[in-house]
Design a protein around this ligand. Structure first.
Ligand code: OOG
Length: 231
């Protein structure tokens, strides 16, 4: 077990930040595996995978041209309309996404989704290796109603709505040109996707900070909505 995996797990469980920007990390995905392994040792189970930096804007922001991936656990799942407990969080942000349901290693259904990201790195300042080691900031997710994949999944309008006001507007086109490409990347990167897993395709807009009492909703054209309440 690397000391970095232990330090990140401690940051996670105590909701404290670690200064980032200067860690020399040999194999960031190996650290991520150890970090998530500590969660599994506490009884959590893998619920799926998430892609990050799938939008051009996010890639440019990070100065990279490749996507990253992380692991979702059952403890991260918030039911649609459910509560995001802010007490164990550091500086959570929400992103509007779409989620895929896996069956037979392929896409079985799609749903509107919210991802909660909460970097364990101070002020969300990290290198690419650091954010990979930190399980790509994964902290929570909400999935709306599953439905068949529409042909125009690559061009659906997406809105992030906070307390009834539109905070961010985008399109599923922002997700690698087509969220189905994100699923293909997830399969390639994770190697295997199990039946019943959720694949979060990555943000369609910038992430927005969420605070106590706020209701957050994602609306995806033709797919519907999903929401959470922060408390
Ligand atoms: C990294 C995770 C970004 C996405 O959808 O691009 C991400 C971060 O910005 O903290 O999940």
């Amino acid at each position: 077990m690397t000391s970095l995996a232990l330090a990140l797990d401690n940051a996670l469980t105590t909701a404290t930040e670690l200064p980032g920007g200067g860690h020399d990390i040999g194999d960031p995905y190996a650290v991520q595996r150890e970090l998530v392994g500590l969660r599994l040792a506490r009884g959590e189970t893998i619920a799926g995978v998430k892609l990050g930096l799938t939008s051009k804007a996010k890639m440019q922001q990070m100065g990279v041209d490749s996507v990253i991936w992380g692991r979702l656990t059952d403890a991260m799942r918030i039911e649609d309309g459910g509560v995001l407990d802010l007490a164990p969080r550091i500086h959570p942000k929400v992103e509007p996404e779409v989620a895929f349901l896996v069956r037979g290693g392929a896409i079985a259904a799609v749903a509107p989704a919210l991802e909660v990201i909460d970097s364990r790195w101070l002020d969300f300042k990290f290198t690419l290796a650091e954010v990979i080691a930190d399980n790509t900031s994964a902290a929570g997710f909400v999935v709306g109603e599953w439905q068949p994949v529409p042909d125009n999944l690559d061009s659906l309008g997406v809105q992030l709505i906070i307390d009834g006001e539109v905070a961010e507007t985008g399109s599923t086109a922002a997700i690698l040109g087509d969220p189905r490409e994100a699923f293909a990347e997830a399969l390639r990167l994770a190697g295997t996707l199990e039946d019943g897993w959720v694949v979060l395709a990555g943000a369609a807009t910038a992430a927005v900070r969420v605070g106590p009492g706020q209701t957050v909703r994602v609306e995806v054209e033709s797919l519907g909505s999903a929401s959470l309440k922060a408390s």
